[in-house]
Design a protein around this ligand. Sequence first.
Ligand code: KG4
Ligand code: ZN
Length: 340
Amino acid sequence: MVILGIETSCDETAAAVVRDDRTILSNILVSQIPGHQPFGGVVPEIAARSHLNYLTPIIKQALDEAKVTLEDLDGIAVTAGPGLIGGVLVGVMTAKALAAAQKLPFVAINHLEGHALTGRLTHDLPFPFLLLLVSGGHCQFLEVTNVGCYRLLGTTLDDAVGEAFDKVARIVGLTYPGGPALEKLARTGNSQRFVLPRPLKGQVGCNFSFSGLKTATRLMAEKHTPLSEQDKADLATSFQEAVIDCIVERTGNAFKMLQQPVKHLVVAGGVAANAPLRARLSDLCEDRGYIFVAPPLELCTDNGAMIAWAGIEKLKLGHQNTLDFIPRPRWPLYELKNTI
Ligand code: KG4
Ligand code: ZN
């Protein structure tokens, strides 16, 4: 089975061709970062127009690089939400047109499910597993028992972790997208210099809260304005370490909330690209007897391969969608079972 996957829900226009033996035949991506940088974040209208410009050539490139034609495909999978709806519509309309013209199965993928199943594309990973999904818009623990079966164990009470990274990055003078830049800056800092809170530490459950930590970082920055380069690096690393402490502590609690005999912790989403976070989670898993699974960096952030793979998983189970599927700007993972 060979599937084309299309991703246009945020600021990356992506298309990939993946085979059901887990071979990624192509994985093409155009980042719109330069177009959004002057505004400090993603502008939905600019994103939608860029997707429109880039998507057709990117699909062509993905097919060419995979050495397949539309006739060789067994289906088309596309992110149909959640995300910036203008961009999602560009992807979904393109996928529907291709599916209709080629008479191919059309699969509407929840973007979060794309992240959630990436571990099964990159590793020989059985169900059930514990998923920590950490991205720009989401921060949650899910017990994954099958394709489409997600039990929410905890989520953020305020900001998503990627959002907190991006905001603190701006406080220390870094441009969008802040997460990777903050990780780099943090390497030269002293994490002991600024004492920052660990919200919810010691409390039951595995919810998150990052807005208090973000505010504490901002107040600390204001107290030391104008910030020297060393101040910025020290703030970046102090913030990053506080976030990681919170995530590690919450993961310990999430293990206790599992109902199934879970052996694996899988991390997914853009923030899963953060090396110190991966190292600490790996240590925790070793301590507690779990196997830690982290996709390669380029498959943590948004990409087309994860959408193609989610399409393969669904088609194998006989799930596909009709061409009147309505894209969903909001689409929580734990509602998925009701929609397939
Ligand atoms: O999954 P993703 O590519 O898009 C969404 O679906 O949100 O995640 C993007 C988020 C951004 O907030 C970005 O700053 C963050 O992931 N991110 C990182 C790193 N790489 C990306 N945060 C911390 N460290 C990183 N290395
Ligand atoms: Zn994402």
